[in-house]
Write a protein that binds this ligand. Structure first.
Ligand code: BG6
Length: 487
């Protein structure tokens, strides 16, 4: 517990969806837990859509409270949380408003955090306005994804923000890095000697990383239709997970040691040959179907989506890493909306025994596999073969199971809570450095370009399935299949 770091947390986009669902609930949880936030710490919400503090607090009561504490709100904690909140009405078109912001916060103690929970087009104007009133000193700035639309636009934002804030003041959020199980992956890999010798091409046949969602595009059709799954999930969350799975052991857990190793992986990704994209990338778009028995509409009829949209809601990729540890090992990445299940997991398929003295059943699938499930139900399972009881030598697939909620009943922290505390404490390890982001954009760019101009539309899949058949065919070419296809 660390309560010494006083802070002023300025939240731009204070009445936005992200503030409502994630940021303010995460701050409340940190407040309610006690001992995590300095008593003097203030939250200063900035928005256009409220007249004054009273009206803003009313909005918080109505809209944020339903998203906090699943098991009921601790009313005393809620009241003291509201007392931390100040409000400044800002119209970005009016530079005078930033003078009011400065006046409101200049005597508050501690580090200043500016959280930009706004669209990326506002990042640069807000940074300039902050600098114009001297608020870029003694400050940290948090940028939400998506940061840019491609390499060029992301560089433009980074260049402009970089003129006002030094790199160590910039916290680029990828909320997957704040998830407890992702932290656990680091603990598993670098806290145990057991896996390291096997974590390489000699012993690993293939790796799958899946982030599947049952949800569709919800109320974000307009945003999503201009974004697509490659930008929304692959460029950031999936490539970050990949880099953590594949990175070399860092020298220490300090922010640059970890980020240097992740960067090496991103830079070692085999560049995509524009002529081969059809072989290593599948894009899909859901049409009408059913999720757990409930009919859902197709993507093209979602509000905000163009009826002839070719935006992908599903991506599957075969990725290779060009270094000694991983050469020749395919990494299969997959993400999609309206899939059959909500699951995020990493599957490490180890090679089968080279010769089976126990008969062909010892070569069967379902063994020599590590499955790290990030959500839901965080578990790590090591699948092996065991002899079935009774006469003869019949083998069956069994697993050693580590269910985290059984070992650790308390203390779980939501990703946003961890990340916000890290910003306040000045810990950068779980935030994306500019060079990592550039490497990721550079790698996805040939696919973005091809799909932008391709005359072939995304492959359709019914909502509630696992995506287009082509995603399975891609793995079949390597003699493997997605995990759920084995069961
Ligand atoms: C966000 C994407 O970054 O991650 C969303 O913009 C997606 O489209 C979400 O739904 C998934 O996050 P989680 O934590 O629910 O798996």
């Amino acid at each position: 517990m660390q309560t010494d770091s006083s802070f002023t947390f300025v939240l731009f986009g204070g009445t936005g969806d992200l503030s409502m669902r994630k940021i303010l609930p995460a701050l409340f949880e940190a407040h309610r837990a006690g001992g995590m936030l300095a008593d003097s710490g203030k939250i200063v919400a900035v928005a256009r859509h409220a007249a004054d503090r009273g009206e803003y607090l009313q909005w918080v009561n109505e809209h944020v409270k339903p998203h906090v504490s699943k098991n009921g709100v601790d009313e005393a904690a809620w009241t003291s949380f509201l007392a931390r909140i100040e409000f400044v009405k800002i119209d970005l078109g009016n530079p005078e408003d930033f003078v009011h912001l400065r006046d409101a916060i200049q005597d508050l103690p501690g580090i200043r955090v500016f959280y930009l929970a706004t669209g990326p087009s506002l990042f640069v104007p807000i940074c300039h306005a902050l600098a114009s009133v001297g608020l870029n000193e003694n400050a940290r700035i948090v940028l939400e994804k998506p940061l840019g639309y491609d390499l060029k636009s992301s560089n433009a934002i980074n260049d402009a923000v970089g003129e006002i804030f030094a790199e160590e003041q910039i916290y680029r959020i990828d909320h997957y890095l704040g998830k407890e199980p992702v932290q656990n992956l680091l603990a598993l890999r670098f806290g145990n000697a057991l896996f390291e010798p096997l974590w390489r091409r000699e012993w690993v046949e293939s790796i799958q990383i899946t982030i599947a969602e049952e949800l569709g595009v919800e109320a974000r059709g307009d945003f999503y239709d201009n974004t697509g799954a490659l930008r929304d999930m692959v460029q950031n969350h999936l490539l970050q997970l990949l880099s953590i799975v594949a990175m070399e052991p860092p020298h220490s857990m300090d922010s640059d040691s970890v980020r240097d190793e992740k960067l090496r992986v991103l830079r070692a990704l085999k560049p995509i040959d524009p002529n081969e994209i059809g072989k290593v990338a599948v894009r899909g778009q859901y049409h009408a179907g059913g999720i757990r028995g409930t009919a859902v509409p197709g993507y093209a009829t979602e509000p905000g989506v163009k009826p002839d949209s070719t935006t992908e809601t599903f991506v599957a990729l075969k990725v290779e890493i060009e270094n000694w540890r991983w050469a020749g090992v395919p990494f299969f990445l997959r993400t999609g909306k309206r899939l059959a299940d909500r699951v995020a997991e990493i599957v490490v398929n180890f090679r089968a025994v080279p010769h089976s003295a126990l008969g062909a059943s010892a070569l069967r699938a379902g063994a020599n596999r590590l499955v790290i499930r990030l959500q839901p139900n965080e578990t790590i399972r090591l699948y092996c073969l065991a002899k079935q009881p009774g006469e003869g030598m019949n083998l069956a697939s069994v697993h050693l199971d580590l269910a985290f909620d059984k070992f650790f009943r308390e203390g779980q922290m939501e990703a946003y809570q961890r990340l916000l505390l890290d910003v306040i404490r000045g810990r950068l390890a779980l935030f994306v450095r500019r060079d990592e982001q550039e490497a990721a954009w550079r790698w996805v760019e040939p696919i973005l370009n091809e799909w932008k101009t391709s005359t072939k539309p995304p492959k359709p899949y019914a909502a509630g399935t696992w995506g287009p058949a082509a995603a399975s065919a891609m793995l079949a070419q390597h003699g493997t299949c997605w995990l759920e296809e084995e069961n």
